[in-house]
Design a protein around this ligand. Structure first.
Ligand code: SAM
Length: 247
């Protein structure tokens, strides 16, 4: 079922797929950090929820997992399918809203990966209910999001007289809001950004009796820093948050 999140992301699908290829935050930093959290995935059933152009799904499938990949955008699923075809990977690709995973059975996945997707959904509570439903007992949700302490609408770097980053400012932390913005200046269309405080991400998972087993504000290591200079900003402010929750 379409909603504002799936429509909005469908509108930037092609630009997002091009951006993914050169996104150092993702390719050099977040993806290696996130994939390292999976223990042996051979034969494990994994749902990649909000799969985008499919790079996590392709990586997990290459590592031996049985991957189902879901995204709310038709166009991103089309692109992901095309990209996976090249590598002859067997992945099931489905267009679905995260809050309505009809057709996916209860207790059918060892892992749900939600990589940088749950801060974008319109219906977070509904998405959490569906994740818990499809996870097997002791299955894990591995999620990354923009760190809600530092990604609100008014958050920004302030510069000194020499145009260097001086400090990072945060305001209106408790205000739940959404707004439209370009991801980068290469994007033709705007996409909806959303902000809710950290407690609003945590409490629905706690209420569903999931157990938090890892809470990580990832920082780049020397090797990652040598690959991309701008990652050094993440040594000052943790712009991302990775959590692992167990059913
Ligand atoms: C920031 S992108 C992340 C994509 C991919 N996981 C990655 O890390 O490259 C957010 C993704 O969530 C998807 N998305 C947003 N709202 C959704 C919803 N309600 N249901 C399913 N997918 C959604 C978008 O289409 C997009 O692919």
């Amino acid at each position: 079922m379409e909603d504002s999140s799936t429509r909005s992301w469908n509108g930037i699908a092609d630009d997002w797929a091009n951006h993914a290829d050169e996104n150092d935050y993702k390719n050099v930093f977040l993806m290696p950090q996130t994939l390292a959290l999976f223990s042996d995935v051979t034969g494990k059933d994994i749902l990649d929820l909000g799969c985008g152009e499919g790079s996590y799904a392709r990586a997990l499938s290459s590592m031996g997992a049985v991957v189902t990949a879901v995204d709310g955008s038709d166009r991103l699923i089309e692109i992901a399918q095309e990209r996976a075809r090249k590598y002859k990977l067997k992945i099931e690709w489905l267009t679905k809203n995260a809050n309505l995973l009809q057709g996916l059975d209860d207790c059918s996945f060892d892992y749900v990966l939600a990589a940088m997707s749950l801060m974008d959904v319109e219906d977070y509570q509904g998405s959490v209910s569906e994740i818990v439903r499809v996870l097997r007992p002791e299955g894990q949700l591995i999620m990354s999001i923009l760190h809600p302490s530092f990604s609100g609408r008014k958050c920004k770097w302030w510069h000194d007289g020499d145009k260097r980053f001086d400090h990072y400012a945060v305001d209106d932390y408790f205000k739940k809001e959404s707004w439209k913005e370009h991801v980068t200046d290469k994007f033709k269309n705007l996409v909806i950004f959303r902000h809710i405080p950290l407690q609003s991400f945590m409490n629905p998972l706690i209420e569903k009796k999931l157990r938090l087993v890892l809470f990580k504000e990832p920082k780049p290591d020397e090797k990652q820093l040598s690959k991309s200079k701008r990652l050094s900003r993440l040594c000052r402010v943790p712009f991302f948050l990775i959590m692992v929750w167990q059913k």
